[in-house]
Design a protein around this ligand. Structure first.
Ligand SMILES: Cc1ncc(COP(=O)(O)O)c(C=O)c1O
Length: 488
């Protein structure tokens, strides 16, 4: 059994101001659910931890007891307290574990299954754009202008589905650059892709309906579908993205969620034949296709692939887009492109559930697009990310030769680094985390157990020196790992 790195744990608990049983239990529960405290890890004794934290031993014992009762920890007589087997169900059908008092079963499933990644920042955080190079001064100016010029009604309760200027600008952009067939009236502005997915799941599926999801896939989609009490069926991906192989044996879907422009996290691009096949599959099941087009602006080898939505002649595709990658995540602006018949119900539901807001920011964004800043920023970031990807490849190749095969990286903000079969990724992640390097494993994107061993390495949001440093660090950790082909 692994011992946790005691200093790390103490520092993290001190940073969270854990002074009592409740705050301590809360922090530990969160880290276990997030995979940050791996299964099998041994916790310090209550006496030792209490001394490190400068709190009463009884508080630590109470927190441990609470988490044992909840199934997060296991106490072995005479040998200590350990993190239990993974709290995330091994398969979507596994019975739910005991859940904390007060949380509904659905809430508990949501919290467990949609583990918030521990390393949301750091050198390899996937999906993080470069925020430092965002044209902040221009954005401030446009925001200020929009705020000054906004009529008073833009500050009240709204239910228009978004600022008309932004919907117009987006319709033009999506038609020209993404091959989406739409007009402004089909666009609904929402607080990010996450809200778009949640709304889609709630409005188009009944609790218990099946959603096919890519395996491996996007945790945010899993969370949205969990929140809507859908049953997720993991569909394998191959070199062309979601593969409807074995579909005959799969439960009939109500929703099919996919990232055809750049499979997340696998990175494959879905060719047109597969897109057409999936449109047919959806038609056969009378299901909706939810196309999450989250980062396809960043394509390095050829022009972006036109959206699946543009091929749809039956109004089956719900197209989801976001400004989180092209601008910055905390902007919380995303959008849906909806078939005509769904526009009004989605607009009403969004206005009820989330309320509409940030109209001046939406107006500023419309000007940001119309004045050419948006296209310029995408071009600049595409070049920057291309260079960063090349740097990451070069450092890993220099350190490891061809012992760590990397994905083609034709698009997006991350690469996949393939590890040998049966490699202990968790041990590597733990060692890396102990040294302050956060790694995202392939496994954590899977609903079912997998034999594939790989890392998801973001490279876009970190400056060059730190990226090179992290790559060297990773290489060193790999070289010291059992079962790694390039071991020194
Ligand atoms: C597959 C996928 N979809 C969507 C998003 C963005 O979601 P949001 O707009 O909620 O920030 C991400 C971000 O990581 C993602 O990886």
């Amino acid at each position: 059994m692994d011992h946790l790195h005691k200093d790390w744990l103490t520092e993290a608990l001190l940073a969270e101001h854990c002074r009592g049983a409740q705050t301590l239990a809360h922090a530990l529960r969160r880290w276990i659910a997030a995979g940050r405290l791996p299964s099998g890890a041994r916790l310090p004794s209550s006496r030792a931890l209490a001394a490190e934290l400068g709190i009463a031993r009884g508080s630590v014992s109470a927190a441990y007891e609470q988490l044992v009762a909840e199934g997060y920890l296991a106490a072995r007589h005479g040998s200590g307290t350990y993190v239990s087997a993974p709290v995330r169900p091994a398969t979507p059908d596994a019975p739910p574990a005991a859940h904390p008092r007060g949380l509904s079963a659905r809430g508990h499933a949501l919290v467990q299954a949609s583990r918030l990644p521990a390393g949301l920042t750091g050198a390899f955080a996937p999906g993080m754009p470069e925020i430092a190079r965002f044209p902040h001064a221009t954005w401030q100016r446009l925001l200020g202008q929009a705020q000054r010029q906004a009529s008073l009604e833009l500050f009240g309760y709204r239910q228009g589905g978004g600022h008309p200027l932004l919907c117009e600008a987006l319709a033009d952009y999506l038609t020209l650059s993404r091959g989406v067939r739409c007009d402004a009236a089909q666009i609904l502005i929402v607080p990010g892709a996450q809200a778009a997915l949640e709304l889609t799941a709630r409005l188009l599926a009944e609790p218990g309906d099946t959603a096919w999801v890519e395996e491996p896939g996007y945790g945010g989609a899993h969370a949205a579908f969990d929140a809507a009490a859908l049953s997720m069926h993991p569909m394998p991906v191959d070199e062309h993205g979601l593969a409807p192989k074995g579909a005959a044996a799969a439960p009939a879907p109500r929703l099919i969620y996919l990232t055809p422009s750049h499979q997340y996290p696998g990175g494959m691009v879905m060719p047109v034949t597969r897109r057409l096949e999936l449109l047919e599959t959806a038609a056969r099941h009378d299901a909706w296709l939810v196309e999450d087009d989250y980062d396809s602006e960043f394509r390095y080898s050829s022009a972006p692939i036109p959206a699946l939505q543009g091929l749809d002649r039956q109004g089956r595709v719900i197209y989801v887009g976001t400004f989180s990658k092209v601008l910055y995540p905390a902007l919380r602006l995303g959008y849906l492109v909806l078939p005509d018949a769904l526009v009004d119900p989605f607009r009403r539901a969004a206005a009820r559930l989330y309320r509409e807001g940030h109209y001046p920011a939406q107006a500023a964004l419309a000007h940001f697009i119309a004045d050419g800043h948006f296209a310029r920023h995408i071009r600049a970031m595409r070049e920057l990310y291309r260079q960063r990807q090349a740097l990451l490849r070069a450092v890993l190749a220099r350190e490891l030769g061809d012992a760590l095969p990397l994905s083609a990286g034709e698009a997006g903000l991350h690469l996949i680094a393939r590890l040998p079969d049966a490699f202990d990724e968790d041990a590597l992640s733990r060692r890396a985390a102990d040294e302050g390097l956060w790694l995202r494993t392939w496994q954590r994107h899977c609903l079912a157990p997998t034999d594939t061993r790989a890392l998801v390495l973001g490279y876009a949001g970190v400056e060059e020196q730190a990226l090179a440093h992290a790559a060297t660090h990773l290489a060193r950790l790999l070289q010291a790992s059992d079962g790694f082909a390039g071991r020194r």
